[in-house]
Design a protein around this ligand. Structure first.
Ligand code: PBG
Length: 326
């Protein structure tokens, strides 16, 4: 037996940390924050233990709690006071995200990223303007090109409120280019775009849709979000966003799509973000509640694996818990 090669030599406690290939740091993490214009008090989100929808008046406190753990970047999602067919509360100056952004950027040094999508603002819950006949079950649902100018307006209104980065999540063709043009025309050429470049039509978004009240009222999102069966197509999607000026490329969800994270890392010379989504968070919590998994250990291992696969940044509901122990 030839045992000149003994990988175990490098696994003693003394040397393990020196040969560790991947490290997690609080500076890699982005914490999602839900701001709710319909409530005066914090509302726990049952399927996402530890997370709440906070009223606008408490957005600053919520962000300060996150910053105390060492996490400096947040992504804001809003629940508006009312919804309509166009989603018009998404781009108004006194909208929920605009007010929260103004408060947070005035009072803290947090890095504020805003999610740009219409599904929380439309009464039908889809991520854009509807095509004629969509409610009656026509094949397509979202009118792609009519949605572009709306996304542009939302992005500019967020930048006006002080957003430092915008993150379009609707999987609308041309969304990055339209938003880039809108921001540049309005004088916000320094505001980067983190594109949800390869976002899949995933069943792992369930808890988020409860949290942000953004489930589609009819149909689903498979005509705009990607088919989970496709990885080569992710390269095409990402390439289009790079051409249109995306600064950071996101893959979503994270754990079931690590092959896509690693592919985007290999093929594109841009920072890669991965979104460890609500369902990924909820399932670890559920198993831990039953005593079947050690929550902190599996959360840490999950984030480390996402980083190892090639993500530079991780959007995660575990941000505070994990940053705490780093
Ligand atoms: C909005 C949006 C969604 C998520 C982020 N932005 C929901 C969706 O596309 O249905 C999901 C986040 C999560 O599950 O944690 N388009």
């Amino acid at each position: 037996m030839d045992l000149t090669q003994r990988p175990r030599r490098l696994r003693s406690d003394g040397i393990r940390p020196l040969v560790s290939e991947t490290t997690l740091d609080a500076s890699n993490l982005i914490a999602p924050v839900f701001v709710d214009a319909t409530t005066e008090t914090r509302q726990p989100i049952p399927s996402m233990p530890g997370h709440e929808r906070v009223p606008v008046a408490e957005a600053v406190d919520r962000v300060e709690e996150i910053r105390e753990t060492g996490v400096e970047a947040i992504i804001l999602f809003g629940v508006p006071e009312s919804k309509d067919a166009e989603g018009s509360r998404a781009w108004v100056e006194d909208g929920v995200v605009q007010r929260a952004t103004r408060g947070i950027t005035d009072a803290t040094d947090a890095y504020v990223i805003t999610d740009i999508c219409l599904c929380e603002y439309t009464d039908h819950g889809h991520c854009g303007a509807l095509e004629a006949g969509a409610r009656e079950g026509a094949i397509q649902t979202v009118d792609n090109d009519a949605t572009l100018s709306l996304l542009e307006r939302i992005a500019v209104s967020h930048a006006e409120a002080g957003a430092e980065m915008v993150a379009p999540s609707g999987m609308i063709d041309g969304m990055v280019g339209a938003i880039r043009e809108g921001l540049d025309d309005a004088g916000y050429e320094q505001v980067p775009i983190m594109s949800y470049a390869a976002k899949y039509e995933s069943a792992f978004y369930g808890p988020f849709r409860d949290a942000a009240d953004g489930a589609p009222a009819f149909g689903d999102r498979r005509h705009y979000q990607m088919d989970p069966a496709n990885a080569r197509e992710a390269s095409r999607e990402v390439a289009l966003d790079v051409e249109q000026g995306a600064d950071v490329l996101m893959v979503k969800p994270a754990l079931p799509y690590l092959d896509v994270v690693s592919r985007v890392r290999r093929e594109f010379d841009r920072p890669v973000a991965a979104y460890n989504v609500s369902g990924e968070y909820a399932m670890l919590h559920a198993a831990a509640e039953k005593g079947w998994l050690d929550l902190e250990a599996v959360a840490h291992e999950s984030l480390l694996s996402i980083k190892r696969a090639g993500a530079d940044l991780i959007l995660t509901y575990f941000a505070e818990d994990i940053a705490h122990r780093l």
